[in-house]
Write a protein that binds this ligand. Structure first.
Ligand code: SAM
Ligand code: SF4
Length: 332
């Protein structure tokens, strides 16, 4: 039975209302993307340190019922390596919230219809190259064909929208911008180009590797004309193709950060709460969830943590501190 409760907005010190929760369900992954994990020697969290589905569901319910959160995205690591993920999707969808997933797509053919049946709506599939050899070099796995098939499986299962996330890196894959745009138009999916951020494991990031979103749009516009779409409260700047065949997005996390509109918080696989991808502080929600305290105490801890949310990251500025953890450990 649904109990009617009146949620109160969770507003941070800069007046932004927090409504979006990213949950990492595992730190493990079946890929070893150059910018995210080392080739060998990742230390995985022991199973007992990872939040159970019950713990995740309780935390999500508190966010939704107490603070009116309206979106949850599951991520990782690779979320599809966590067993029985559709069961978690179903538990969260029942809370009446929009549930989305970010995946590398490698095993999506096996799971897409179960995820759709469980109530998943939106899916983002990460893909940084459409070339077999380059894909292997970037991810250290020869899985391009399976990822492409996973994209088809998501479309076949009726997941919508299906978006492709492509991180662009200068001199590494930025010669594929037009190929990606054409791929998206052919498949009827939105490609979103993402600027490379300083979070990676291999310490390869430098500003010279960032391909500015503006340049990506200009490159596409010269070949396939574009028109801007009025931007909502979202990190992606959206453009539509002038011939009416689809949309493309850019996420300018480095050159034009969207921190001013940020409505996100994150929960890592082991239950650490973060108010920013680049935050240096974490708040131990697992300790609370595994103690005797009630939902009110958890809600207070969430509210207190959000009270420390900062104005924004400072990538490229002298006071920027690179987080000690990689994207796979935080939950991208
Ligand atoms: N394994 C899933 C995947 O790859 O989609 C989900 C987790 S992954 C950490 C989430 C997203 O973070 C991916 O789209 C990946 O490309 C992106 N990512 C990882 N490291 C990044 C970095 N340094 N800069 C920009 N994006 C990054
Ligand atoms: Fe795995 Fe995603 Fe990180 Fe690649 S980006 S290593 S697929 S978690």
């Amino acid at each position: 039975m649904h109990e009617e409760t009146s949620a109160q907005d969770l507003v941070d010190p800069f007046g932004r209302t927090v409504r979006d929760l990213r949950i990492s369900v595992t730190d493990r992954c079946n890929f070893r993307c150059q910018y995210c994990m080392p080739a060998e020697g990742m230390q995985w969290l022991p199973r007992e340190e990872i939040l159970s589905f019950e713990e995740i569901e309780r935390f999500a319910r508190i966010c939704i019922q107490t603070f009116g959160f309206n979106g949850i995205r599951l991520t990782g690591g690779e979320p599809l390596v966590r067993a029985h993920l559709p069961e978690l999707v179903q538990r969260l969808a029942r809370l009446g919230v929009d549930v989305a997933l970010t995946t590398n797509g490698a095993t999506l053919r096996l799971h897409a219809s179960a995820l759709a049946d469980a109530g998943l709506k939106r899916i983002n599939i990460s893909l940084d190259s459409l070339q077999k050899e380059r894909f292997l070099e970037l991810t250290r796995r020869d899985e391009l064909d399976r990822v492409l098939d996973g994209i088809d499986a998501a479309i076949d299962a009726g997941l919508s929208p299906v978006k492709i996330n492509a991180v662009m890196m200068r001199g590494i894959n930025d010669d594929e911008i037009i190929d990606f745009a054409e791929f998206g138009r052919e498949k009827g999916v939105t490609v979103r180009f993402i600027e490379f951020m300083p979070l990676e494991a291999g310490d390869i990031w430098n500003e010279g590797l960032v391909v500015p979103a503006q340049e990506i749009i200009e490159t596409i516009d010269q070949v396939i004309p574009l028109e801007p779409v009025v931007r909502g409260n979202e990190p992606a700047e959206r453009w539509r193709y002038s011939d009416g065949n689809g949309e493309v997005g850019v996420i300018a996390s480095v050159t034009k950060p969207f921190c001013g509109n940020c409505d996100r918080v994150r929960l890592t696989a082991e239950g650490q709460f973060r108010t920013c991808l680049f935050a240096v502080d974490e708040f131990d929600m697992r300790a609370l969830l595994r103690s005797e305290v009630g939902d009110d105490a958890v809600a207070k801890a969430i509210s207190d943590a959000v009270g420390t949310k900062w104005a924004g990251h400072a990538i490229g500025q002298v006071n920027f501190i690179r987080p000690k953890r990689t994207m796979s450990q935080i939950g991208g």
